[in-house]
Every structure is written in structure tokens, then in C-alpha cells.
Design a protein around this ligand. Sequence first.
Ligand SMILES: [Zn+2]
Length: 453
Amino acid sequence: MEVTLPQMLFARERRAQEQQALLRQYHMPLISFTMNIAGPEKDTPLIRRGFQEGCGMLEEGLKREKIPVMHRQIRQEVTGCEAFYVVQGDPERIKSLCARVEDSCQLGRLFDMDVLSPQGEQLRRQTVGRQERGCIICGAPGRGCASRRVHSVQELQQATRRILTEHFQQRDRQEIGTLALRSLLDEVCTTPKPGLVDRENSGSHRDMDIFTFNASASALAPYFLQCATIGQDTRTQLPEDTFRELRAAGIQTEQSMFSATAGVNTHKGAIFTLGTVCGAVGRLWTPEHPCRNLKRILEACAQMTKEAVEQDFAAMSASGEGVTVGQRLYLEHGLTGIRGEVAGGLPSVSEVGLPAFRQALAEGKSRNDAAAIALLHLIAKVTDTNMIARGGMELAREAMEQVGELLEQNPMPEPELIRQLDKMFVQKNLSPGGCADLLAVTLFLHDWCNLDE
Ligand SMILES: [Zn+2]
């Protein structure tokens, strides 16, 4: 909605009156924060997000410098967002902090963080050794461009939108990438786990330990950021186009993984599964709101992968011979494994992993113990091709049933019971690696998604 000049003049007058009232009441320095937005549209969801980011950055800075906030008031309306902070401390030190926030990133160019002394004088950037800020389009110093109207309102609006969009694009994909990496590290640290590498032992594996996993996860860090970026950059294209790019990135990353682990396969499944999820979150991203809706994210995973997975299976059927274990299990037993799981929208995560994890947390279990419990529920419900590959069909089914029976008696087993399962899995040389990947996805989605959507 566009604002009129009288509305703007009224808002400015009210702001000045409120500043005076706060100075009279507190006799302390006052920060008055508004967004520097050209044109008649001062209040959009994207501008609000930028403003809230500014409040967050300012409050973090105040906290870091131990500057107490005595009073805070925030207003968000059609004439624009504004915030007042009454703070205790030396006005120059406070101005210096505000100027640093303004200069800390591109987005800061849109922040106007004025500081008034207790006597009501406005401090200038120059008094704290900062230059006057320039034009957001050409960088020319001072307010020259604005007063001479060098740039059109439309140009200014475009530049503003670009600054906001780029800021949140970067910030959100970094959050996605960081969280994906955390979920891999948390998965391997979850202890005890039957047959898998954890903090106590290497389960049924002789060629890897927890350090192999750390090396592998570290090597994967740039990849998850890349997946989120691919999703964002291809969000206006077809879902299968996004997946094609994700797959190419995944194949390259497998090489980085193998060099980090001296040839051991630690995260091939996670590269596919978690990479697809990061790409889906990226695809659904908008600068105003990153998508934190579980259902929409899982649907996007299905849409992106469906065609490619169908083609994979059709090609296997046509050739009639399987090279990998997964291919043989599909041809001989119709098992679609992790590919089928992702193309089906990860039902094991939404129906098994997440409910079990959240239930355990709700009952007061720690993150570690809740993750260990969620893993058992996944093992009991998911036909894991990794288990079959190592132990054969019979042994894998038996182990699944055993875990299922245990959970029926006790849906939240204590670590001691899980340790007994670990011994049994090691004896039988079983390792539920596919379920471990699904646990990592469960942890990622738990942390990323809003609970109540
Ligand atoms: Zn200019």
C-alpha cells in the first residue's frame, strides 16, 4: 500500500514527539531506528523482515557491548517500521556501535540508526570517525543524488529490493547448509546405535570410525550450501530441472567424500537424501519467508525426484541386471530403497522418525537419547537395503522384527537395552546405514520446520 505525504508528515511529527517524551522520562541516550526506503511504499513483508533483522543485529551488538536497554518500543505500520531503544551509556560509544551495524553489510545501508544524546542532540557519524553514507545506487557520497533526484524512484526501489533479497538469500542458504551439516554430525554422535559407528564403537564396521565420519561430514559442508543455492536459483524452473542439477552436484561431492575417507563410503546415502531435502527447501524459498512447512518440503522432494527415479528403475528393468546391491534388490525383490523413499516424499521421516523423536523429547529425553530412540523406530519400520546387503534378506528381517517387538513392549528403551541390540547387530554383521541417513533427515527437519504448521 502506498502512503500519502500527509501520512508521512504525521508519522515524522509523532516520532519527534515520542523521542522528546522518552528523553524527558529517562534522561538517557536514545536510539531511533527506521528503514531508509525510497518511494511511496514503505511497508512490505520484505521490508519488515529487513527491519526485524536490523533490530536483531542492533540488540545483539548492545548485548555484546553490555549496554543495558531500559526501554524498547517497536511500531510497524504503513508509514514504515520504527523502533526506539532507550539505552544506558556514553552516547558516542552507542553511536559508534550503531554506525558499525549500519556498515556491517549491504543490508545495513538501508538502516537509519539515529542516536540522540540525553540533551536531545543528534550525534553524527563523523563524530565517531565514520564517513557520511553514499547513494545506494551509484555510491556517490552524501545526499547529493537524493536532493538532486538523480535516480528515479523505480531505480531506487529496485536497488532496495535487490539488497534485501540478496541478504536473505545468502543468510537463509547458510542456515540450511549449517543445519544439514549439524544433522550429520548429530547422527554419528548419537550413542548407542545398533551396528552403526557411534561414540562408543564402530559397530559392524572395520574400515571406519567416528573420525572417518567427521572427515566425511566436513568435506560435505560446501555441498549442502550448494544444494540450497541450486534450489533457490532454479525455483522458477521445473522441479525435475532442480533435481538434475542437484544430482550433478551430488556426483562431484561423492568424489570429495571418497578422498576425505580414503575410499570408504560413509555418506553416499546422505548426499542423495539430505541434498535433495536442502534443494527442496531452497526451491520453496522466497526472500520474504523461507519455507518451514514440513508437508510442502516433502512434497517438493517427491516432485523433484519422481521422474528421475522412475527412469532409473525402468532402465534397471530393461537391462535386467543389477550392478549395485540396490539395483539387484530392486530386480529380485522389488525393493525401491532410499530412491523410492525420497520419490514418495519421505514417509518414513514424517510418519516414523519425526513422531518418535518429538515424542521422546516431549517425555524429557535428551537430544541424544531421543535420536537413538527415533533410530530404533526407523529400523523397525523401514526395509533398509544396507542391512540386506550385509546380512542377507533373512537376517535383516529377523533383526527388524526383533527391534519391533522390543519397541512394542517399551517404545522408549533406555541406552542399556540399545547396547544389547548393538551387540546382536555386530554379531550378525548388520548395519542399518539407510536408517541412519533417515535419522539425519529427521533431525534436520525437526530443527528447520515449524512445529505447528
Ligand atoms: Zn546516486
